[in-house]
Unconditional design. Structure first.
Length: 172
């Protein structure tokens, strides 16, 4: 999971695109929120759990404060024995999801989502302007559906949705 700033303001307000990608199928889900907070990170994962057809076992994020406090405050002080557990880590524990952190300053360790954000910028944001947040949310939903139906070379010419259907057929 990662967050991309939505380029440009809409009626003077900033928005944030949350992205979650399944690295095996390349299936992804996008949501737009008006803030980049831990609450929205958890909300995004709740939405994904409802939409993704399989159990989620792991979550990889960078070290932004919306995802972890591992490198912040008392957690980086070795003399403090009680460390505060981040709300996203607590949520992950409750859902039996392992939360992996990339090494600080190594965004390539989360390359799938970084590549996705670059594609969003080039193929979606550069070609669209938004008069309202509702228009942004509607267009991003259409864009995400298009992406999940798009054939990928890395998937042997299948789309993310086709890969998920193929796995479902094997499991059933």
């Amino acid at each position: 999971m990662d967050v991309k700033y939505v380029p440009g303001a809409i009626k003077g307000l900033k928005y944030y695109q949350y992205t979650v990608i399944d690295t095996a199928s390349r299936w992804r889900h996008l949501e737009v929120f008006d803030e980049q907070t831990t609450h929205h990170s958890i909300r995004m994962m709740e939405i994904v759990l409802k939409r993704f057809p399989y159990q989620v076992h792991g979550l990889k994020t960078d070290n932004h404060s919306t995802f972890t406090n591992y490198y912040l405050g008392t957690n980086k002080r070795s003399d403090v024995s009680v460390k505060t557990i981040h709300a996203l880590d607590l949520w992950c524990r409750q859902h039996n999801i392992t939360h992996y952190l990339i090494d600080p300053g190594k965004p390539t360790q989360n390359g799938t989502v970084e590549r996705s954000h670059r594609e969003d910028g080039e193929k979606f944001y550069q070609k669209n302007k938004f008069q309202s947040v509702q228009e942004l949310k509607t267009k991003i939903r259409v864009w995400n559906n298009y992406y999940n139906d798009l054939e990928h070379c890395s998937l042997d010419g299948l789309s993310p949705n086709e890969v998920l259907l193929k796995v479902t057929d094997v499991v059933a």
